[in-house]
Design a protein around this ligand. Structure first.
Ligand SMILES: CC(C)(COP(=O)(O)OP(=O)(O)OC[C@H]1O[C@@H](n2cnc3c(N)ncnc32)[C@H](O)[C@@H]1O)[C@@H](O)C(=O)NCCC(=O)NCCS
Ligand SMILES: Nc1ncnc2c1ncn2[C@@H]1O[C@H](COP(=O)(O)OP(=O)(O)OP(=O)(O)O)[C@@H](O)[C@H]1O
Length: 197
């Protein structure tokens, strides 16, 4: 079964595009949701994060994402160490999920697919793009965060052009109808990848 990575910088519309594939019946794995679940439920992850970032990283209800984000997105080394705790756990969890799917292809959505090396476990990569200013405005509106907060995350992600060059397919997500059309066109291509290999 083919694994298609779905990536794109913050605010590009990965989740929006992932939903469109899901509506076509494609099994979709959303890495940041699963990462969040593992952070909440896996005791060894909690222990490692508390050792890295201190007791404040967790509240009684689970990880304090705002606190963690405040620490790691302004300290590249710290973010690298947090990634080192979370990304291998997500990769292992993905493999278990994958083994239970039955479809011509599955989608693995991950914001930092290339940055984490997750692309190496994909047969093809779809990249979602939108102009940087559009992405910044979308996230500021969606999360009511400052421009600086968004820029700090962008600074910790690879440049769009570098990711585009390494991707097999690019979906430009500015107009939702056009995005939907690109998804509908790509779906049969991805469904037939196995046969065409
Ligand atoms: C720092 C955390 C707690 C912030 O949580 P928050 O709810 O604010 O953000 P969320 O997880 O929904 O991510 C939103 C966006 O931030 C950006 N982002 C998240 N993690 C990273 C990262 N490691 N590097 C660069 N950008 C990132 C992405 O564009 C992502 O789509 C969380 O993002 C996290 O634990 N990140 C590290 C693990 C990771 O890489 N997760 C993402 C995929 S596995
Ligand atoms: N083509 C579009 N036109 C208008 N709004 C859009 C479009 N695509 C996405 N959005 C909106 O922009 C915001 C960001 O989109 P989405 O959450 O899909 O991006 P993402 O790449 O998954 O973001 P993140 O990296 O932060 O997880 C959402 O509020 C979404 O509804």
């Amino acid at each position: 079964m083919i694994v298609v990575g779905l990536t794109g910088g913050i605010g590009s519309g990965k989740s929006t595009v992932a939903r469109m594939f899901s509506e076509l019946g494609v099994p979709v794995y959303i890495s940041d949701i699963e990462a969040g679940k593992l952070m909440r439920t896996a005791p060894e992850i909690r222990t490692a994060i508390v050792a890295l970032l201190g007791e404040k990283a967790y509240t009684p209800g689970g990880p304090d994402n705002a606190y963690i984000a405040g620490k790691v997105f302004s300290d590249r080394a710290l973010l690298g160490r947090l990634n080192g705790i979370i990304h291998p756990a997500v990769a292992a969890h993905f493999r278990g999920w994958y083994a239970r799917q039955h479809a011509p292809y599955v989608i693995k959505e991950a914001a930092v697919l290339f940055e984490s090396g997750g692309n190496k476990e994909c047969d093809a990569v779809v990249m979602v793009t939108a102009p940087e200013e559009t992405r910044i405005k979308r996230v500021m509106q969606r999360d009511t965060v400052s421009r600086e907060d968004v820029l700090r995350r962008i600074a910790n992600q690879w440049d769009e052009k570098r990711k585009e060059a390494l991707s097999d397919y690019v979906i430009v997500n500015t107009d939702l109808e056009k995005t939907e059309r690109q998804v509908r066109e790509l779906h049969p291509v991805l469904s037939n990848l196995e046969a065409s290999r």
